[in-house]
Each structure stands twice: as structure tokens, then as C-alpha cells.
Design a protein. Structure first.
Length: 166
């Protein structure tokens, strides 16, 4: 890993998706039309609040890809997909992604519940923080290890939607 004092790791939950029975598989579920609008507003809100990722890494599931794509577009950065961010993601998975991006100062990972809550707690010892849709948590990562971060901000969906240009 290249020398950097800290890294900003942003954890984001995807926007509101279709009901589980709307598609043949969970992986195929898309954001609802309202979910797309809200995720777009949240993406613009993140950038307006100064969260500008160098890279956005997304779960391969469609609802995360849609949300992450909106963030990458708003932040004008690259979008990558990583199977480790699919449901079941762990804090160790996130740390490996951080290590694999040594030149990034800010990385946004878009994933699913309950993995986001568990990973946030493992990385910061902050306790359980529920993630709405779409919601973000900002971590200052002092070292790429369990317990190596500080929770800097929790950005609920309504805050993100209101922060950005409409």
C-alpha cells in the first residue's frame, strides 16, 4: 500500500429497490423509479457535502450498480464492481478493497444490509448503526485493520437528498 496517513472510506447502502418477488432472483432486483430519483439526489448531496470519491466500488447486484453509478457520475470518478460487496460482505472484504486501491484517498463502497452495519462497527467500534436507503457513513481509516477507523459522519437519506442541487 502506498504511503498515506489516512483514507476516507464511505459505506453506502443502495437506494429503494423493487419488492423481492418482482424479479426471478434477488440479484436482478432494480431500484424503483422513486428509488432512482432519491439515489440520484443522494449522489448529488454527497458531492455537495464534499464527499468526492476517487473510486466507487459496487456490489455486482443491479440495485447497487444503479446507485453506485449515480454516485460515480456525480463525483466524476470511476466505477468498479466487486463480488466481495455482494450480500454477506465483511469488514475484511472492505479492508482488502482499500489495500487494492493504494492511490485512492477516498473510496466509496456500495453494498447491502446487514453487512454494512456489521462492517461499520468492526472498523470503528461505534456500535450498530442502521443504514436507510440510500444512506452513507464516512469513516476516517487510520490503518487498514479491524478497529482502525473513526466514524466521521452518518449521512441519512433525507440529509443527502436535501444537500444537493435539485
Amino acid at each position: 500500500m502506498a504511503r498515506r496517513d489516512t483514507i476516507t472510506l464511505v459505506l453506502m447502502r443502495h437506494g429503494v429497490a423493487e419488492d423481492p418477488d418482482a424479479r426471478p432472483t434477488d440479484e436482478a432486483r432494480e431500484l424503483t423509479p422513486e428509488g432512482l430519483v432519491a439515489a440520484g439526489a443522494a449522489a448529488r448531496g454527497l458531492v455537495a457535502l464534499g464527499v468526492r470519491p476517487d473510486v466507487v466500488v459496487s456490489s455486482p447486484l443491479i440495485r447497487c450498480d444503479q446507485t453506485a453509478g449515480l454516485v460515480a457520475s456525480a463525483a466524476e470518478c470511476t466505477l468498479e464492481h466487486d463480488d466481495r460487496l455482494a450480500p454477506g460482505m465483511t469488514a475484511d472484504d472492505l479492508l482488502q478493497i482499500v489495500i487494492e486501491h493504494p492511490d485512492a484517498h477516498t473510496i466509496l463502497c456500495c453494498s447491502h444490509q446487514p453487512g454494512l452495519t456489521y462492517a461499520l462497527d468492526a472498523l470503528t467500534n461505534c456500535g450498530e448503526v442502521a443504514f436507510g436507503r440510500p444512506q452513507a457513513a464516512v469513516i476516517t481509516l487510520h490503518a487498514p485493520r479491524i478497529g482502525g477507523g473513526t466514524l466521521t459522519a452518518v449521512l441519512p437519506p433525507a440529509m443527502l437528498r436535501r444537500a444537493g442541487p435539485q
